[in-house]
Design a protein around this ligand. Structure first.
Ligand SMILES: Nc1nc2c(ncn2[C@@H]2O[C@H](COP(=O)(O)OP(=O)(O)OP(=O)(O)O)[C@@H](O)[C@H]2O)c(=O)[nH]1
Ligand SMILES: [Zn+2]
Length: 297
């Protein structure tokens, strides 16, 4: 029996890295019976039947996992967020942040394509950056850093971590990875060649070694992760709401219609951003109004 980590999954095969070697495995029927689907990032136990083929015995407990993109045991997510082409969306960013907060994965917001903007528009993004820093999120606006500082930052950021690169199609995930690690030669707009196993469709997620850590480039998403929480718990995934909620009059305050709500006071004095509050309300209503099937895990 060997232990390793799933690097990629492709047509029913799972490529597992163990002692610097890749082993091709399959999942046995007992996984299907138990409705367990192995995903990239899973730590597994496996056995080889011959040199070329083996099977998975067990998936070790996951620290966390995401559905879109399907990946497990992640330390942090780099949210590649473009200013234009595709246009910046507060709603999309907040939705991604909530999804990561629910899964207990640290987000880092990385802005791209500011080089395509005029100076007044750049100021607008500097304000966005400040707002999210204020909430407590790490943000990176590459144009404000020297080449060396940016490199240094990215090396330290990825080292010894498992990082997932997320963002809309065309936001610049592969371009950024190529900048960090030119040896990868990722085709922009197309998911990578990893471990020389040939071409994959952009539907695939796979892990690569970059700067002493593991990175997953992921396809741009076309639909959202279902937020698997109750509406009244959403407030806990907006950090600036959570840390002030003990000053609301009511303990269970969801910051909508309750009197003496600290969050609404902070909103009117401009200390909580209107866009954050609006996105909170819209997500709250989506969760509240969805079909009961999604209500509980
Ligand atoms: N001007 C400018 N162009 C960029 C920047 N980052 C990416 N691009 C361009 O944007 C396009 C899309 O970039 P990709 O790296 O393929 O985007 P992606 O996020 O990997 O897209 P998918 O793989 O489809 O999810 C390419 O033509 C890049 O050259 C940037 O910071 N500035
Ligand atoms: Zn409140």
């Amino acid at each position: 029996m060997k232990k390793g980590k799933i690097y990629q999954s492709l047509s029913g095969f799972y490529d597992v890295l163990c002692d610097d070697k890749i082993y091709r495995t399959r999942a046995r029927g007992n996984f299907r019976k138990k409705k367990i689907t192995p995903i990239v990032g899973d730590d597994v136990e496996f056995q080889m039947t011959n040199e070329n083929e083996g099977y998975l015995l067990k998936i070790l407990p996951r620290r966390n996992s995401l559905v879109r993109p399907p990946i497990a045991n992640i330390d942090q997510a780099l949210l590649v967020t473009s200013a234009v082409e595709p246009d910046f969306s507060y709603n999309l960013l907040d939705r991604q942040l909530v999804s990561l907060e629910i899964n207990n994965i640290k987000p880092i917001i990385y802005f791209t394509k500011l080089d395509l903007l005029s100076d007044d528009k750049i100021a607008y993004f500097e304000k966005i950056q400040q707002d999210y820093e204020q909430i407590g999120y790490q943000t990176i606006l590459p144009g404000n850093l020297s080449h060396d500082d940016l490199n240094h930052l990215l090396v330290n950021l990825l080292k010894d971590k498992e990082t997932v690169f997320m963002g809309q199609t065309g936001a610049g995930k592969s371009t950024l990875l190529n900048t960090i690690s030119p040896g990868l030669k990722l085709q922009t707009g197309e998911i990578s060649k990893v471990l020389n196993r040939g071409k994959h469709t952009t539907r695939k997620v796979s892990l690569m070694e970059v700067n002493g850590g593991l990175v997953a480039d992921t396809p741009g998403f076309s639909s959202y992760d279902v937020l698997n929480i109750d509406a009244q718990d959403l407030r806990n995934y907006f950090p600036e709401f959570k840390r002030n909620a003990n000053e609301c009059k009511f303990r269970g305050c969801v910051h909508i219609n309750e009197p003496s709500c600290k969050i609404k006071q902070l909103l009117s004095s401009g200390l909580i951003e209107q866009t954050r509050y609006d996105n909170y309300l819209s997500l709250y209503n989506i969760i509240k109004n969805r079909k009961p099937i999604y209500n509980k895990k």
